[in-house]
Every structure is written in C-alpha cells, then in structure tokens.
Ligand binder design. Sequence first.
Ligand code: DAK
Length: 258
Amino acid sequence: MDFLRLDIQDNGVGLLTIERPEALNALNEALLLELEECLTEISKESRIKVLVITGSGRAFVAGADIAVMHPMGEEQAKVFSLLGQRTFNQLSNLPQPTIAAINGYALGGGLELALACDLRVASEKAKLGQPEIGLGIIPGFGATQRLPRLIGTARAKELLFTGATISAQEALALGLVNRLFAPDELLEGALALAADIAQKSAVILRYLKTAVDQGVATSLAEGLAIEAQYFGVCFTTYDQKEGMGAFLEKRSPRFRDC
Ligand code: DAK
C-alpha cells in the first residue's frame, strides 16, 4: 500500500495509519481507492475486533486534496464525490467498532473521516473544523449530516457557517471528541481504549453498533423495536450463554472470537 499502513496486534486491535505527511495526509483519489480496498479487507478480517485510525506526521487528515479538486469540472467532481461517499459509508458501516485517533489537523474531509468513526479521541494539540465554506463549497463527505446528529443542529451550523478551526478542548466541550490525551500519549491512549473494547464479545459488539446506528436513524418507537430484535438475537449466541454462565459461576467470561 502506498498511502496506508495496517498493523494488526495480537489483542484484536488494528491500527490503520494514513501516510501522506508531505500533504498533511490530504485525500486524493489514489488514497481514497486504497482506503476503500483496505476497508473491504478489514471488514472480513477476523483478527481485527476494533480498528484505530490515525495520521502520520503533524496532521490527522487536512481534508480532501484541494490541488486535485481545484481544476475539476462537474463530472469529475461527481465521480470524486461518489468515491469519497462510498468509502466513508464503508468506514461507517464496518462491523467492527472504530476509533479515530486525531493527532493533529482534522479539517474538511479529515474531520468527516473522523465523524464516520464510532469514537474520536484527540491530542490536546489537535485542530478541528469544516473550512469548506471558505473554499466556495459545502462538505461532501458527510459533515452536513453526521455533524448535526453528533453535536446538535445549531452547533453544527455554527461550525459549518463560520468554517472556524476549533481547539481540541472546544471539540471536547462540544462532544465532538470523546477524550483528550497529551500529544505523546494519544496513540497509547487510543490503543488502550481499543484493547479494552476488543476484550468484549465481537458478535455482541456488532449487534450493539448496528442497534445504535439503525436506531438513531429512525423514531424512538422504531429504535426500541430494533433494540428488542437484537436483544433477542443475542440469546442465539454462544457468548450470551458464556457471559451469563460466567457471572453465575463467579468467573471471567471467555468469549469466542467471531
Ligand atoms: N489539500 C492539498 N494539500 C494540502 C491540504 C489539502 N487539503 N492541506 C495541506 N496541504 C499541503 C499544503 O499545500 C503544503 O504543501 P506544500 O506547499 O508543502 O507542497 C503542505 O500540505 C503543508 O501545508 P502548509 O504549508 O499549508 O502547512 P501549515 O502548517 O502552514 O498549515 C493547515 C496547515 C492545515 C492550516 C493548512 O495546510 C490548510 O489550511 N490546509 C487546508 C485545509 C482545508 O481547507 N481543508 C479542507 C479541504 S476541502 C465533496 C467531497 C469532499 C469535500 C467536499 C466536497 N463532495 C463529495 C462534493 C471535502 C472538501 C475538503 O476537505
């Protein structure tokens, strides 16, 4: 892979690093195609129970590649847009829980990449924002939809209308990121959080993620029906019998890798 590095640890944690530091990891077509291919592999990779995504160098991802987009005509922009949307949906729909470890700039498409993850942790020095308004475009990789769902409509509109770059501390206060770490402790912290989650039942994590994601896209009543459905499905699994059995036998559960 030219722009990505995937390390798989023995504890079920995968670390995907975006490596185009000379352009602050800006997303061009080749990088997006590679990411699409890599995510397809990860979705089938049973050794990865939780995925952490980070950037190399001083940026997480500074956005879609402006130099590539600048000369585009309508048709090219549409193709680029569809590629990005497909890739980000694929990330969002991965069966495994995902954590963005935001090590620096997460701007435009970079913040949208983080928004497509389940959780976000950041360096205390990270900078986040959706600066598209200043470039004469609107975000195209999901921010107009995922950002208001995460932090509320008015707060999202403020970020989108102003294009402001905010600090990691402001992002934490907005609920845009879950936790902050000192810069040199970010990766360790993100990997520890991932390792903690990876100890849980992979199959039940998958049901949990699906129930939450399907539920927030619908009404409370329909969401509760989705919860009841997946609650029932849990009782068809080995891990439900093991988890409850372990409690009754006063021992730690030994969940299956699945
Ligand atoms: N694209 C291309 N190159 C970039 C880049 C980007 N987004 N961000 C940084 N670079 C490159 C710089 O050009 C520079 O390259 P050289 O000059 O060294 O060759 C190198 O990375 C280092 O950047 P700087 O020299 O600018 O570094 P500074 O520390 O001075 O500034 C910065 C860091 C992050 C504040 C600055 O680089 C910056 O403002 N970058 C642009 C951030 C930005 O505006 N991002 C949003 C991009 S727009 C859509 C789909 C997607 C999108 C829209 C629509 N459709 C589906 C419709 C997404 C749009 C975006 O993401």
